[in-house]
Design a protein around this ligand. Structure first.
Ligand SMILES: [Zn+2]
Length: 500
């Protein structure tokens, strides 16, 4: 794939910009380019689109459709109209085709078929929760949802080996899951061959791309509880099992190395303010009350977005496609010479959410002696929420991401392993402890490749019936047995921690 140096300009009525309408500082690095792309209706700039006259020899105009934004934040390239990109220079870089999917709801076959139809072969698929890894009918009894909506879906074909995921797929959990199975793989693991679950929280690497995720959804009543739930779940446990806990948020907040991609099922609270909010309120008017209270989404996820500063943040849950662009350095002065992108009619519905009264204090200070080192993040985070897999819904999006280790298999992330080890010990200075643990990881684990150690531990119901002499009609009313998963045992042995 090609990466570009460019300048961008604002064109009116579909015409290329006038001379004085070019944006200053709009072009530059591939990173900058990525951030801009993430904020827009995504139209990939391919070499064939851009090079009819030969790149470099003759600059080409390429258009991106911009999203509408607000008067108060012109720095996020938010405007009505068309941004024209003037390509100045292009170079070949190693790119990875990453497809993001919103909610899965058991529709794996349709999702993979649609990816193949639209994009051909891709390198990585990210699924943002409500995955529904139902191994057999018993798993349905662990999903918090009215019985009439409980459906097996496609996953069991992948679990038994009848089908194999055609692309490496990384998933997080949402609020409609085979929760018992996900608890078995608390630190992450293969749900089926080629389908990797990140765990309650987790970070992995693939081809040099760091991908992290937070499973579940936020609920203030469960945030400070331990993971007490065990099958058979009662009515309360069936729900609280997928609620995000402070422990996982704190672990993710300890990340200092640059993070490329983060995923959460529910949206980071307040991210709605950094996209086309008017459009969102029109499309989903019943969000209005929550948006006004700053309650749409997860406050701890927003804290993490601000702390980790990833290049991308992907979510699902609200069943609507919504791009936004969050700029981290709020103090960065807007260049006064910059052209006012004040073309919208103002945004009377805009709500300022900079100070969220419900902001979650991650309580890191209590455990850290010195000021924590500033994480090295990206200047902007491109947020994208996608819909669920239904006809005519926007549930898929392709993103090209430049990577620097094209041969790296799916691997454990050393910093994340060090964080897990450090947070399993009592220590007053966690950041110092993470440095110590990182040295331990580097000298004790030579191969970080995630092993292909998936085993089908749970049988289909008919086999279970033969084995137990209990009729399937009765068996299907039970919740599954909790079992030790070989992958969790191997992981805990590898980094020498006890299961949480
Ligand atoms: Zn959903």
């Amino acid at each position: 794939m090609l990466t570009f140096t460019y300048t961008a300009g604002l064109g009116l009525q579909g015409q290329p910009p006038e001379n004085n309408n070019w944006l200053r500082n709009a072009g530059g690095s591939p990173l900058h380019h990525r951030a801009l792309r993430g904020s827009n209706e995504y139209i990939p700039i391919t070499s064939s689109e851009a090079s009819p006259g030969g790149l470099g020899a003759c600059p080409q105009l390429v258009t991106l459709t911009a999203h509408a934004g607000s008067r108060s934040r012109p720095d996020i390239y938010s405007l009505h109209g068309t941004i024209f990109i003037l390509i100045q220079q292009a170079e070949e870089v190693t790119g990875m085709k990453v497809v993001v999917e919103g909610c899965c709801h058991g529709q794996l076959n349709s999702i993979y078929d649609e990816i193949s139809r639209r994009y051909g072969s891709v390198d990585l698929v990210l699924i943002c929760g409500d995955f529904q890894a139902m191994r057999n009918e018993q798993d349905l009894n662990c999903m918090a949802c009215p019985p009439k909506y409980r459906a097996m879906g496609d996953f069991r074909q992948y679990h038994t080996g009848e089908r194999k995921a055609p692309y490496l797929t990384i998933v997080i959990g949402g609020n409609h899951e085979s929760s018992c199975y996900m608890q078995e793989l608390f630190y992450g693991g293969w749900l089926a061959p080629n389908i990797y679950y990140l765990g309650a929280a987790g970070v992995v690497q693939f081809r040099g791309l760091r991908v992290g995720g937070l499973s579940g959804i936020y609920n203030p009543h469960s945030f400070d509880k331990p993971h007490y739930e065990r099958v058979p779940y009662d009515r309360n446990a069936e729900r609280s099992v997928f609620h995000v806990r402070r422990t996982e948020v704190q672990r993710l907040a300890l990340i200092r190395e640059r993070m490329d991609v983060m995923m959460s099922h529910d949206w980071p609270a307040g991210i709605d303010q950094y996209g086309n909010l008017n459009w969102l309120l029109k499309a989903k008017p019943f969000f209005k009350a929550d948006i006004e209270k700053g309650m749409l989404g997860s406050p701890p996820a927003m804290e993490l977005l601000k702390t980790i500063k990833p290049a991308y943040w992907f979510s699902a849950h609200l069943h609507v496609r919504y791009p936004a662009l969050y700029t981290h350095d709020a103090k960065a002065k807007i260049n006064e010479d910059e052209i006012e992108l004040d073309l919208d009619d103002g945004n009377p519905d805009e709500i300022t959410l900079d100070e969220n009264p419900d902001q979650i204090d991650l309580d890191l200070e209590a455990e850290v002696d010195e000021t924590p080192p500033t994480p090295t993040g990206y200047p902007r985070t491109s947020f994208l929420a996608l819909d669920k897999c239904l006809p005519r819904r926007k549930f898929l999006e392709l993103i090209n991401i430049d990577v620097d280790q094209p041969d790296q298999p799916l691997s454990y992330d050393p910093e994340w392993l060090a964080i897990l080890r450090a947070t399993h010990k009592t220590n007053t200075d966690l950041f110092n402890q993470i440095d110590i643990e990182l040295k331990w990881i580097n000298s004790n684990i030579s191969d970080l490749k995630i092993p292909d150690n998936f085993k089908q531990l749970t049988k289909p119901l008919n086999e279970l019936a033969e084995e137990t002499n209990i009729p399937p009609s009765q068996l299907r009313t039970y919740q599954p047995q909790m079992q030790n998963n070989n992958q969790t045992d191997a992981f805990c042995n590898l980094i020498e921690i006890k299961t949480d």
